[in-house]
Each structure stands twice: as structure tokens, then as C-alpha cells.
Design a protein around this ligand. Structure first.
Ligand SMILES: [Zn+2]
Ligand SMILES: [Zn+2]
Length: 53
């Protein structure tokens, strides 16, 4: 079972509070931990390099 990690800060994701959504560009799954979501830390898609808020 693979440990999911936050796309923004690479922290291991706990079940609660984490959010996930497909990359707007390529559909690759983006995951964000609660901290990054609250602070609106940007993400970079690992697959296509798309950067979002
Ligand atoms: Zn994070
Ligand atoms: Zn992408």
C-alpha cells in the first residue's frame, strides 16, 4: 500500500482534511494536505509541470 504524499510539500497525507483533484491540464491526481490548503500553497503537477494556486 503506497503512502500518499502532498503534491505541494511532500508530507505524508493523513486521511482527514486532505484534498485531491485532477490536474486541470493532464488529469494527474493532485493531493494537498490541510496545511497547504489553508495556506493556499501552490502545487506543481508531477506529470506535466502545470502550476496552480
Ligand atoms: Zn502539503
Ligand atoms: Zn498535469
Amino acid at each position: 500500500m503506497a503512502m500518499e504524499k502532498c503534491t505541494s510539500c511532500n508530507a505524508p497525507l493523513a486521511e482527514d482534511g486532505a484534498t485531491r483533484f485532477p490536474c486541470p491540464k493532464c488529469g494527474n491526481e493532485i493531493r494537498r494536505c490541510p496545511q497547504c490548503r489553508e495556506q493556499s500553497i501552490g502545487y506543481t503537477c508531477a506529470k506535466c509541470g502545470f502550476q496552480g494556486p
